[in-house]
Design a protein around this ligand. Structure first.
Ligand code: FAD
Length: 576
């Protein structure tokens, strides 16, 4: 017997984007239901450390939203959508004011203003923060507001399918992780706020079983388009040792607070890659620099480089980087006295569902998306701190427009046939061996890390596509053993989104930002285009992906005037 819920708008995801969208929907007078596969206050957003960007000019008085937008577009190597970027940067200060009103304990300057720190490649200090646990405090503030409004949350509830009639969504189907009981939710609109797909990489900064690309896969299943899937951000600094913790993020705030990078010879190597900005260069450049040092044999014994902040006063390190102090203390490293060993780690999905810039509507009626699950803001290189701004600004905007949609469309009831098809998929997943499906996830992560990692080329990408096809075939075979429905479905989402990433990476014959092709080392101005992934069904009703490209509009005059015309040296050499 399945449970049944009815609501005006279903929000899938209880990270920052989902919570903010739900608050907006409630305040617009709609009935809203939040669903998340993790405990309600433990979405991926809680991991966010270093801060959230807004051109408040509290510390650097010359800052302005247009300069923030110009930095974001230029450092995204001009693949971001200027309309979305401009909206983000204009609205980010309002998001900070709102958080402040909701009790966010931002760090303050001596004169009581919200303090702002440097993050890589920003011209001004514009990152607001709470120590190095900014994301956790954002979630606490949002959950307080959600609970105050008595918005219902289904926790540890996994959405396995979107339900739709024709080109319009009318609900979703899923199951409780605790007991596998199934439920159907009827809703007039759905907002996907399910985060990214970086768990497809062997080494990733989240290191929890989330970010499996569910929202992107749920969207593809009902015909939604993806964009920018080849653009995966590799963070320069993940832990490398001990082995079990490899990938765990070492926040950029360490470099923001003065951390320096050294290779095994004690050389401060950023001098050779970006002599002007050194460690405060962009993530793509620092990640490629670290990768190059390691691959060319100048790395540490565990295959990393050194990140050292021990020259700064211990009191400052304790005050500004408490989480890093703890994280390394747990493995016997005192960062106030010793250097950290780090290496690049997969960090952020810059691609995702393609949305209309001003409403965050997808190409499917009634389906909206916000946060890391979407594409459009970050281009080929996300600036640190922009994601937390994005989830708040576009969470609110997606909520506002979904509310508008609901006011103008009547309800479409769920039909038994729709729910039956979704139930059959779960019945299939409940007959698979969880251990076997998890072993395929491990293999997929290795394939994607090696094939579509920091540096890729046609050979590695083609090989990984072949290996994915083999894994897909194996995942469909009947395997005997205790079921793990979530792992079985996670794998299906990971296969689909990894395929989208590899196909798009094959299509882009150039190197730009985080997309580094050793067989096409130069940036090609003709490829200042967005790659769009469109799903279709073949004659066997199998979901297939085809690719298209779109031109990117130009930025407004105000933002073009703010472009930075300084040339930075880029000496990152590509290696196979
Ligand atoms: P998430 O927070 O990922 O939430 C996704 C939600 O969807 C979760 O509730 C999950 O349970 C739910 N979900 C997913 N699939 C399903 C399903 N099938 N059924 C039901 N529920 C589902 N950005 C910054 O701007 N500044 C920083 O300092 C910063 N630091 C970071 C540090 C780390 C270690 C990491 C990993 C990221 C960091 N980021 C930072 C990036 C930022 O945290 C994320 O991009 C952002 O929090 C994503 O928020 P979101 O709401 O889009 O998704």
């Amino acid at each position: 017997m399945r449970q049944r819920y009815t609501t005006d708008v279903l929000v899938i995801g209880t990270g920052g984007a989902g919570l903010r969208a739900a608050i907006e929907l409630h305040d617009q007078g709609l009935k809203v239901l939040l669903v998340g596969k993790r405990p309600k206050a433990d979405a991926h957003t809680v991991l966010a450390a270093g801060g959230i960007n807004a051109a408040l000019a509290t510390v650097d008085v010359d800052d302005h939203w247009a300069i923030h937008a110009a930095d974001t577009l230029q450092e995204g190597r001009m693949l971001g959508d200027p309309r979305m970027v401009e909206l983000l940067c204009q609205q980010a200060p309002k998001a900070i004011t709102e958080l402040e009103a909701w009790g966010m304990p931002f760090a303050r300057t001596s004169s009581g203003l919200i303090d702002q720190r440097y993050f890589g490649a920003h011209r001004y200090r514009r990152t607001c923060f709470v120590g190095d646990y900014t994301g956790l405090e954002i979630i606490k503030a949002l959950i307080r507001e959600v609970e105050y409004r008595q918005i219902p949350i289904l926790e540890r509830a996994y959405i396995s399918d979107l339900l739709h009639t024709g080109n319009r969504v009318n609900g979703a189907y899923g199951f409780w992780l605790a007991d596998q009981h199934e439920f159907a939710i009827e809703s007039k609109a759905v907002i996907l706020a399910t985060g990214g797909h970086i768990h497809s990489y062997q080494r990733s900064s989240s290191r929890r079983r989330e970010n499996t690309g569910d929202g992107m896969a749920l969207g593809l299943q009902v015909g939604a388009y993806l964009a920018d899937m080849e653009l995966v951000q590799f963070h320069p600094s993940g832990m490398i040792f001990p082995h079990e913790l490899a990938g765990t993020l070492v926040t950029e705030a360490v470099r923001g607070e003065g951390g320096r990078l050294y290779n095994r010879h004690g050389e401060r190597f950023m001098q050779r890659y970006d002599a002007e900005r050194m460690e405060l260069s962009t993530r793509d450049r620092v990640a490629l620099a670290n990768y190059t040092e390691i691959i060319e044999g100048r790395g540490t014994e565990h295959g990393g480089v050194w990140l050292d902040i021990s020259h700064m006063p211990a009191s400052l390190i304790h005050e500004r980087l408490p989480r890093m102090v703890e994280q390394f203390q747990a493995v016997g490293v005192d960062i106030t006295r010793e250097a950290m060993q780090i290496a690049p780690t997969a960090h952020y999905s810059m691609g995702g569902l393609q949305v209309e810039p001003f409403s965050h509507a997808t190409n499917i009626a009634g389906l909206y998306a916000a946060g890391e699950v979407t594409a459009g803001v970050h281009g080929a290189n996300r600036l640190g701190g922009n994601s937390l701004a994005e989830i708040l600004v576009f969470g609110r905007i997606a909520g506002q427009h979904a509310a508008e949609y609901v006011r103008h469309h009547s309800k479409q009831s769920l039909h038994e046939a729709q729910m039956q098809a979704a139930a059959e998929r779960l019945a299939w997943a409940s007959q698979q061996s969880g251990a076997f499906q998890r072993s395929l996830i491990d293999q997929l992560q290795q394939v994607v890390w090696h094939g579509a990692g920091v540096v890729r080329n046609e050979q590695t990408l083609e090989a990984s596509l072949d290996q994915l096809n083999t894994l897909r075939f194996q995942s469909q075979q009947r395997s005997v053993g205790a079921a793990d429905i979530a792992a079985t479905l996670d794998l299906q989402s990971m296969l689909l989104t990894a395929e989208a990433t590899i196909l798009a990476a094959l299509m882009r014959p150039e190197s730009r930002g985080a997309h580094q092709r050793s067989d096409y080392p130069a940036t090609d101005p003709l490829w200042q285009r967005t790659i769009v992934v469109k799903p279709y069904r073949d004659e066997h009703d199998r979901l297939r992906l085809q690719l298209d490209t779109q031109l990117i509009p130009t930025a407004s005059e105000q933002v073009q005037t703010a472009f930075n015309h300084q040339e930075y040296s880029v000496a990152g050499r590509l290696v196979e």
